[in-house]
Design a protein. Structure first.
Length: 271
């Protein structure tokens, strides 16, 4: 009987190993498919802006002056901004996954990061003639942060708001200090986010299934970077939306410090 039991255990163990290796092979296969899909999207995204830039150059060669030329230059500027952002994000994400992003933190005014972000995102917001309003207190809001990285966080949120909100939409940004922290809200009244997508928006390569409509573009990197960088600043990132077509709100909370650099509030809870 003991021998039979041993045999049975042995067979069961073998079956389990076989199943595990099948599961592993399946997981590898799926990862491989995802990688292929990602590479195809990446090639597409990098190539997309090049055709209009090339056309623009041709137009400028023929008629370098006048309002049309101005419009063409604006378009080329936007396409290049988009391309640079894409490549920067790509570089950053590989640095983040290898744990190679170093923050240059200093005591800084959050307002400076906000202004820098607005400056960077202006071409995208203006491109679709969105209305943009900013509600931010004048008194200095001190944070311990990396100015460039915080500007990148805010600008990623603004870019998304512009990207996922059609022409004529409203984008609002509220900066609200309370209880030793500051909330930065970016609110749009655009496409919104479906409930099943909402918990995944900060995941790397997460993109809502928009059925082959790639007009919104992107690689699904921006928000993963936002969440990582905010975390590295001791803050939290959250997304809110009631679903399709109702707009979205993204809130980043950061700990405030006093003018001398000491923490004002209690440490932020992880959301
Ligand atoms: P990307 O925009 O390159 O796809 P992100 O990481 O910036 O990648 O965003 C991930 C996904 O979250 C997007 O593909 C989109 O589906 C959704 N998303 C992000 N911001 C918004 C927004 N303001 N409105 C609607 N959907 C959004």
């Amino acid at each position: 009987a003991v021998q039979r039991d041993n045999l049975k255990t042995f067979a069961e163990e073998n079956l389990r190993l076989l199943k595990d290796s099948r599961d592993n092979a399946q997981a590898l296969k799926e990862a491989d498919v995802r990688k292929d899909e990602f590479l195809a999207t990446l090639a597409h995204e990098l190539r997309n802006p090049l055709a209009p830039i090339r056309n623009g150059l041709q137009i400028l060669r023929m008629s370098p002056e006048g309002p049309r030329a101005e419009a063409v230059r604006g378009m080329m500027d936007r396409q290049l901004t988009h391309l640079v952002r894409l490549i920067d994000d790509l570089l950053d994400v590989s640095r983040v996954s290898r744990g190679r992003i170093d923050l240059r933190k200093e005591r800084m005014r959050l307002q400076d990061a906000v202004q820098a972000a607005i400056e960077t995102s202006k071409p995208l917001i203006d491109a679709n003639t969105h209305s943009f309003t900013l509600d931010m207190p004048d008194t200095a809001l001190w944070v311990e942060g990396d100015l460039t990285r915080l500007a990148q966080v805010i600008s990623n949120l603004l870019n998304n708001a512009a990207k996922y909100t059609s022409e004529g939409g409203d984008i609002r940004m509220n900066v609200k200090p309370h209880d030793g922290q500051v909330d930065i809200e970016v609110i749009d009244n655009g496409l919104g986010i479906e409930a099943d997508m909402l918990p995944r928006v900060f995941d790397l390569f997460a993109q809502a299934d928009r059925h082959l409509d790639r007009s919104q573009g992107g690689l699904g990197i921006g928000l993963a970077l936002v969440s990582k960088l905010v975390e590295m600043h001791g803050g939290t990132s959250r997304a809110f939306s009631d679903g399709s077509g109702t707009g979205s709100t993204f809130t980043v909370s950061l700990p405030l410090v006093d003018e001398a650099g000491g923490a004002i509030g209690k440490p932020l809870q992880k959301a």
